[in-house]
Design a protein around this ligand. Structure first.
Ligand SMILES: Nc1ncnc2c1ncn2[C@@H]1O[C@H](COP(=O)(O)OP(=O)(O)OP(=O)(O)O)[C@@H](O)[C@H]1O
Length: 233
């Protein structure tokens, strides 16, 4: 279980106080208005932002004292953060071995992971030679190959057209069924993920306003606020 309890952050024009629990092995979609604090929530779990108080644990392990590299989490950023001078295979391999000195078995693992995200044979391409959707597949592969049990996806597919975005969400769903990972994913288009997510959390003004089954959240009194958040994005 990922447990976030009263984790507070204060900036000059933004205050957050997050509380949220996500069961191990499930996918939680985080929705809400722009500027409401979705990305900040993921950054805090990843360790890029340190709360002033509260508790943050994953499967019983206190994450607060840990540097980002020591946390059990891998994050995929909105802009995918690939290295343009490295090949696709090297970008994925970074998730496994930052030195890029791979054993023969590890090279096979990279090939298997590229296969799993539908990029078999793309090993030697550079990110600049790929489409936006393909680049996001590379970023996803890099996060998954790290073997970290908590995957944080920050609007990873927002730049893709609607049908490709949906394909990527179905790919995430397929991949998580083969690996025991817990996923927290921010998204501007809740309808894309409503039938795939186990949980949906609505975040606004730095608070988790509501969290529960997607259908319950989407059909709750929050519906007008959710619709407004989607139309603003
Ligand atoms: N390091 C920081 N220092 C000060 N303020 C910050 C910092 N990081 C984020 N903020 C502020 O926190 C607020 C929440 O930003 P955040 O990016 O988490 O929202 P969001 O819900 O992810 O928005 P969007 O959907 O537009 O990506 C914003 O007002 C932002 O300016």
């Amino acid at each position: 279980m990922l447990v976030i309890e009263n984790c507070r952050l204060t900036w000059p024009d933004f205050e957050a106080d997050y509380s949220l629990s996500v069961k191990t092995g499930t996918l939680c979609a985080v929705i809400g208005p722009s500027g409401g604090g979705k990305t900040t929530l993921l950054h805090m779990v990843a360790g890029f932002e340190r709360p002033e108080g509260g508790t943050l644990s994953f499967n019983g392990q206190n994450l607060l004292p840990l540097e980002p590299a020591k946390r059990p989490a891998a994050i995929v950023f909105q802009d995918h953060n690939l290295f343009p001078h490295l090949s696709v295979a090297e970008n994925v391999a970074l998730g496994l071995r930052p030195s890029l000195r791979l054993s023969a078995d590890e090279k096979l693992l990279v090939g298997d992971m590229l296969d799993a995200v539908g990029l078999a044979g793309f090993d030697d391409r550079k990110p600049g030679e790929m489409s936006g959707g393909q680049r996001q597949r590379v970023a996803l592969a890099r996060a998954l190959i790290s073997g970290r049990p908590l995957i944080l996806l920050d609007e990873p597919f927002s730049s893709l057209d609607p049908s490709l975005r949906r394909d990527m969400i179905l790919l995430v769903d397929e991949l998580r069924r083969k690996r025991p990972v817990t996923i927290v994913m921010t998204i501007h288009t809740p309808e894309d993920v409503a039938d795939v997510a186990d949980q949906m959390a609505f975040v606004a003004s730095g608070r988790v306003v509501a969290s529960g089954r997607p259908a319950d959240i989407l059909n709750s009194t929050l519906a007008p606020r959710i619709a407004a958040a989607v139309s603003d994005s």
